[in-house]
Design a protein around this ligand. Structure first.
Ligand SMILES: C[S@@+](CC[C@H](N)C(=O)[O-])C[C@H]1O[C@@H](n2cnc3c(N)ncnc32)[C@H](O)[C@@H]1O
Length: 292
């Protein structure tokens, strides 16, 4: 899987002098968001979009949202700015060991059984909208811990997201000390190393753990996914909620092509599957097993 290009950090300063975002231009930008990443922005999100896009206007030396829309539509400028635009509009909220019941379900015995159920007795996990990596590294920690550092079964985690900015954060693997408080103390001591001191202290994921976490850019909205492996577990949490119901079903259908029978699909707490036509059995709240 190709690694995404490193992107320049977005300048934090907005353009205070930019005109406001009128409703007609907002709706055209919202349509672009829907087309590029499947996220539906209702009219109530106009101010949120205006605030977030001011940085992009400033970065492009513009003070007019109409001109920015024209830039996104211009074929020559489109690809680069469209990625920056996408990075700006997606919601990246995440945390380590988010939704603890999912991690409580994944006991060392369960992980071992999942590894043994696959073709080559290794455990393959995909975090399919990984944001900045807390989900992927939480999974890596429990897999590495349960396998005795890969001695009893090899494991790998694949972290993908639409946002290059988020994938760069996963690659860096450095988090504010506060963000790591939800990591169980034993795993924190084993897999996170303090960097710096006092209020500026950050925690860095150990190189050994990072080595088994692969990265790639996958837009769940478009085309076939190529995660590179058949998975034992897929985490696709807190992203489907932004999509229309028909898109949600299409995404789940495509994810299932990469999940082995007997493998597990995890969705977010507010996401559930209503279709009875998918080969899935609900085994716990928002945990599904692929049945065939
Ligand atoms: C709210 S975060 C969820 C992160 C993590 N799964 C969790 O539950 O903590 C949603 C993530 O979905 C990503 N995303 C949004 N649209 C996407 C798309 N079309 N394809 C892939 N990722 C997408 C965003 O970039 C963001 O990182």
């Amino acid at each position: 899987m190709a690694r995404p290009a490193i992107q320049q950090p977005i300048r934090p300063a907005g353009n205070a002098h930019a005109a406001s975002l009128d409703m007609a231009t907002f709706r055209e930008l919202a349509r672009l968001v829907d087309e590029s990443c499947g996220i539906v922005l209702t009219d109530a999100k106009r101010v949120m979009l205006e605030t977030r896009l001011r940085r992009r206007l400033a970065a492009n030396g513009m003070d007019d949202f109409r001109a920015y829309l024209a830039l996104l539509r211009a074929p020559e400028a489109k690809a680069g700015e469209l990625q920056a635009f996408t990075d700006c509009v997606v919601t990246n909220e995440t945390s380590f060991f988010r939704e603890p019941p999912h991690f409580e379900y994944l006991t060392p015995d369960m992980l071992k059984r999942l590894a043994e159920g696959g073709r080559d007795r290794s455990l393959r996990i995909w975090s399919a909208a990984s944001s900045s990596g807390q989900e992927a590294y939480s999974l890596a920690m429990i897999a590495d811990d349960a396998s005795g550092g890969g001695q009893s079964f090899p494991w790998s985690v694949t972290a993908t997201d639409i946002s290059v900015r988020m994938l760069n954060a996963v690659r860096e693997g450095v988090y504010g000390a506060d963000a790591t408080r939800s990591v169980p103390a034993r795993l924190r001591a084993k897999y996170l190393t303090p960097v710096g001191h006092g209020a500026d202290q950050q925690m860095s994921v150990t190189p050994d753990l990072r080595r088994n976490v692969r990265l790639g850019q996958i837009n769940l909205m478009h085309g076939e996914y190529r995660p590179g492996q058949v998975m034992d577990m897929i985490f696709c949490r807190n992203v489907l909620i932004y999509f229309q119901p028909d898109v949600q079903l299409a995404v789940i259908g495509k994810l299932l092509r990469h999940l082995r029978p007997g493998g597990l699909l995890f969705l977010g707490h507010a996401e559930s599957i209503r279709s009875t036509r998918l080969p899935l059995r609900l085994i716990r709240s928002n945990i599904y097993e692929r049945v065939e």
